[in-house]
Design a protein around this ligand. Structure first.
Ligand SMILES: [Zn+2]
Ligand SMILES: [Zn+2]
Length: 102
């Protein structure tokens, strides 16, 4: 997947990821609390379902993340592998970008 997003779209996506990460934390805490206090299994099941869905959503969002130089993604890394150096810059493109800048 090679998505070209403008800065505004990216900011919005980042905000969404942050909000969902926070929601995930809250759901995890609630889940642990419910289990620790031996609450209604139905409630526990509901919270774990919520947690699962948040994780799936976050996965989809991270799949939309692409390098601004080469366009590689979480699921399609560069040949030989790479990792994120910045929000939208992979390890293989750090030097490349510096060389082409200016
Ligand atoms: Zn790259
Ligand atoms: Zn890469």
């Amino acid at each position: 997947m090679n998505i070209t997003m403008n800065k505004h779209d990216k900011k919005r996506l980042e905000g969404l990821v942050k909000t969902l990460s926070k929601a995930k934390d809250q759901a995890e805490t609630a889940h642990m609390y419910l289990i620790a206090n031996h609450r209604d299994p139905e409630d526990i099941a509901t919270v774990s379902l919520v947690l699962e869905h948040i994780e799936i959503t976050l996965e989809h969002l991270s799949a939309a993340r692409a390098c601004r130089v080469c366009g590689c993604t979480e699921h399609h890394a560069c040949l030989g592998g790479c990792y994120w150096v910045e929000e939208d810059l992979c390890s293989n493109c750090v030097g490349v970008e510096m060389a082409t800048e200016g």
